[in-house]
Design a protein around this ligand. Structure first.
Ligand code: GLU
Length: 314
């Protein structure tokens, strides 16, 4: 729980926003997905969704952005709901220590991706969700799930981002074809990637994202409702994967600095979970060398420290 003398959360967010708003060193906006490079690097949004229902916001918290790989947390949750622990026969649970789109590791490990939060792993997860569906039905199921979690039917996919990535996602095509060669994709590569690119193109604001992730802070239950999304054990395990694998080869550093399970996306968003307390969504489009939001990581470091939320605090 937060230390008794921690400042009020709105004050913390306002202070963090004021300190970072005019920062000059904001990292570099991802440009390998052409549609993403038009995003204004000056944007900075911060939201906290408490498990007791309160929420706090600062800056551009209501501007939707491309959540990209943060969506892997939601597709992982859906796939586990469909096939349970059988998923782990096709995807590992170890940190990769490699870039988000690395191909070398797949060769050593015979087409079994290291974890579900790197691109290769999330492509296998998309293949699982596709089973028994046409791609558009699988995409619809993912959108409905995220809307349900966020309690917000306005959430959509940005079709321009999806199109842009479909046209330029050569590495993801390589990863998918490689896994297909090992028999670890069961559907047509283009269909699987269609699902993957579309869920990466989900567009959410920090407010919506913090709300959508709050079940992971609330023992698997929706905030403000009796509905269970997943069991307590599953929520705990997803959090464990986010802590160890959620920031690609920057996962160790994120745990060191922030001390919370988190998942980043190249759109500059990060979802972090303070188990039993709150979920936090931050967004700043500039990325650091590991492809994680530069100011977003700093904002989370400041929030976790000021609120005393690190899971490693005594
Ligand atoms: N859609 C992106 C890709 O596959 C996701 C990467 C990320 O957000 O880290 O390249």
């Amino acid at each position: 729980m937060p230390a008794r003398d921690a400042p009020p959360l709105q004050l913390i967010l306002d202070r963090v926003y004021a300190r970072l708003r005019d920062e000059v060193d904001r990292g570099k906006v991802a440009d390998y997905i052409p549609e993403l490079k038009h995003v204004d690097p000056q944007r900075l949004g911060l939201s906290i969704q408490m498990v007791d229902g309160q929420s706090f916001h600062a800056g551009d918290a209501d501007t939707p952005f491309s959540i990209q790989s943060v969506s892997k947390v939601f597709t992982l949750t859906l796939a586990l709901g469909k096939v349970g622990d059988a998923l782990w026969r096709r995807v590992g649970r170890e940190p990769s220590g490699s870039a988000f789109n690395s191909i070398v590791q797949l060769e050593y490990e015979h087409g079994i991706p290291r974890n579900p939060l790197i691109n290769a792993g999330a492509i296998v997860v998309a293949d699982v969700i596709l089973a028994g569906h046409a791609p558009r039905e699988a995409i619809g199921e993912i959108v409905r799930f995220v809307r349900f979690l966020a309690d917000d039917d306005t959430i959509t996919i940005d079709p321009e981002v999806a199109r842009s990535e479909t046209a330029t996602g050569f590495r993801n095509h390589a990863l998918a074809n490689y896994m297909r060669a090992f028999g670890n994709l069961h559907h047509d590569v283009d269909k699987v990637l269609g699902v993957y690119f579309h869920h990466c193109a989900l567009s959410l604001s920090c407010r919506q994202l913090a709300r959508a992730g709050a079940f992971l802070a609330n023992r698997g239950r929706l905030v403000g409702g009796a509905n269970s999304v997943v069991s307590e054990e599953r929520a705990r395990r997803i959090n464990a994967l986010m802590l160890t694998c959620g920031h690609y080869d920057g996962s160790g550093d994120f745990a060191f600095r922030v001390g919370l399970p988190g998942k980043s996306g190249v759109g500059g968003g990060i979802l972090a979970i303070a188990p039993g307390i709150a979920s936090i969504a931050v967004w700043s489009p500039g990325l650091n060398a590991n492809g994680n939001s530069q100011l977003g990581s700093r904002a989370l470091e400041m929030i976790a420290r000021e609120a005393d939320w690190s899971i490693f605090s005594g």
